[in-house]
Design a protein around this ligand. Structure first.
Ligand code: DLZ
Length: 158
């Protein structure tokens, strides 16, 4: 059965680390900003609810999702950053741009995570329509920003 990361209480088997001294980077794409802002708010709220301090959450924007990789690297290279959460929305259009962006971001963020040995979270909403993206940013399918923050906390608990 498919499950989704709704919040940390779903993970009863995992003991989560104290994140009160952890530092998080948020990298947020400005394309589809009305949606990425909701994702970012969901991620921020989740980190705060689970003990992170406001002053330990660093938020940067990048022009579009394609730039999430380099934005993640800019933050990840700082030793004091423990995890980076990358948020963007790519909506399928008439061309294949979405395929190129999505694959590049997935591969790029994987590389950054392995290079710096820290969680780099793929919070990219990839949909066919704007409505499907809205459904995943505070709509009927939850908020992928919340899930991305939960994934970061989970990974820090290794
Ligand atoms: C160019 C472009 C297109 C067509 N669509 C999106 C999108 O749906 N979501 C998104 O985050 N960014 C998009 N971009 C912008 C690219 O990610 C990138 O910012 C530009 O190609 C400049 O490198």
């Amino acid at each position: 059965m498919a499950t989704s990361l709704k919040n940390l209480s779903d993970y009863t088997a995992t003991t989560f680390v104290d994140i009160s001294e952890k530092r998080f980077g948020l990298v947020v794409a400005e394309w589809n900003r009305e949606i990425t802002d909701v994702l970012a708010q969901g991620a921020y709220d989740t980190l705060i609810q689970h003990g992170a301090k406001d002053e330990n959450i660093y938020r940067n924007t990048v022009p579009g999702s394609f730039e999430l990789t380099l934005g993640a690297q800019f933050l990840a290279q700082h030793e004091e950053i423990d995890a980076v959460i990358c948020l963007g929305v790519v909506i399928r259009g008439d061309t294949k741009h979405d395929d190129y962006i999505n694959h590049a971001v997935a591969q790029g963020l994987t590389n950054v995570g392995l290079k710096f040995n820290k969680p780099i979270i793929f919070g990219l909403v990839t949909t066919n329509t704007l409505e499907q993206a809205q459904d995943r940013a505070g709509g009927k399918h939850g908020n992928k920003g919340v899930e991305a923050a939960a994934a970061a906390i989970h990974m820090l608990s290794f």
